[in-house]
Design a protein around this ligand. Structure first.
Ligand SMILES: [Zn+2]
Length: 119
């Protein structure tokens, strides 16, 4: 039977296996994670005599807020500067997790299709 693929099925599977192993290794380095985003904002206090009323650079803050969805509702949490750093890192780890899962799923789909064809 002629070989249509440039690489043999086993070579392709070996490559998928290698890539999958790398993704699993990256997953193992994941830190604590949390859904949502941490936003910083500056506010006007509302007093007409305060410089914040006309100068953007002199608004109060920054204030940090962690926003995430829970049971279909958006939840807002006010954070201190110190807390904001922690949750920013957690949210970055969550994005990393999602990206790794997406790549693992894509790779799995190709690998499974390959296996299904060759067995
Ligand atoms: Zn003010």
């Amino acid at each position: 039977m002629p070989q249509h693929d440039a690489v043999s099925p086993d070579a392709a599977l070996a490559r998928y296996e290698r890539q999958y192993h790398e993704l699993k290794a990256a997953l193992a380095t994941l830190g604590y994670f949390c859904k949502g985003t941490v936003l910083s904002r500056t506010l006007r206090c509302g007093r007409a005599t305060c410089p914040c009323s006309h100068d953007r650079d002199r608004r109060h803050g920054p204030y940090f807020e962690w926003t995430y969805k829970s049971a279909g509702k958006t939840v807002h949490h006010r954070l201190s500067v110190q807390e904001a750093k922690v949750y920013q890192e957690g949210s970055a780890q969550y994005r990393k997790l999602k990206s790794l899962l997406r790549r693992m799923e894509n790779l799995s789909r190709r690998a499974l299709a390959r296996k299904a064809r060759t067995r």
